[in-house]
Design a binder for this molecule. Sequence first.
Ligand SMILES: N[C@@H](CCC(=O)N[C@@H](CS)C(=O)NCC(=O)O)C(=O)O
Length: 339
Amino acid sequence: MTRMWKVAIAAAALTFPALPASAAGTLDQVKSKGFIQCGVSQGIIGYSAPNDKGEWSGFDVDYCRALAAAIFNDPNKVKFTPLSTKDRFTALQSGEVDILSRNTTWTLDRDTKLGLNFVGTTYYDGQGFMVKKSMKINSALELSGASVCTQTGTTTELNLADYFRNNKMKYEVVAFATVDETIKAYESGRCDVLTTDASQLYSTRLKLASPDDHVILPEIISKEPLGPVVRHGDDQWFDIAKWTFFAMLDAEELGVSSKNVEEMKKSTNPEIRRLLGVEGSLGEGLGLTNDWIVRIVSKVGNYGEVFDRNLGAGSKLKIDRGYNRLWTKGGIQYAPPVR
Ligand SMILES: N[C@@H](CCC(=O)N[C@@H](CS)C(=O)NCC(=O)O)C(=O)O
């Protein structure tokens, strides 16, 4: 192929992201390279952050580890690409990553204009505000005239504009490309307020020199359904991505966890037998083995376990499950059945 053609095809792939050559057969490509390339954030405690040894952990990280467990029976067969808000979608479109698992809000615009598919809502979030306690502010409605730090290329910026316009309040936006710059600017007093998804405010507060000097205001001004994203054009990969998430929810609902999964294989409950591949051949439909959910749950855990250790009671963040409780426990997390 001449260089001119290569350039033309690369340009077409970016213009019509539904058609990149790399989109079809992601499972086969992943299998042949031996790992999943997973796009994550650049460092948000609880979601995706590397430790001193460069090992990544977090809620978004564990989703990719669950995919790796399902495919390779090894949660470590993942490489992580930290991506800024600005670069995250192009990295997926161009094939630099196989999947994006990076606190990304599902919106109509993103779902239809980028050549991408949203896998589901792994975390129901909403946008909030943080201010210094010394400001003695109790409500976001007292923020007229404030300067607000945020990140570029986010839904956060758009909601901020809507909220202040709707409430006829003035504000000045100070936007940065990275989370570290945003936090630094807020901490050094370049702005009065920091705004982002509420869960991230808790994690961001932990990064500040004196977290107790900052408060999160009660208002939640938007819906931020966060979830993984894949490219258009590869339904098998899309199915694997969706059902990995659903399997983790269904496992929690059926009381199957990393602690009891081996024991549960002996269960007489038909739903549990299907979930664990003791009966039926549901994994084959995805191009995986029939024990694919056993692999996920034994190596990574069910949804509740993953939530708890990264964001909930078993983590530093201690975020309440809230909407992210199962539908059987008063929340809105509801997965289609494994059958
Ligand atoms: N959920 C929103 C906001 C997501 C977002 O990226 N927020 C920033 C603010 S803390 C962030 O995660 N930064 C981390 C990073 O850039 O690595 C979206 O999808 O646009």
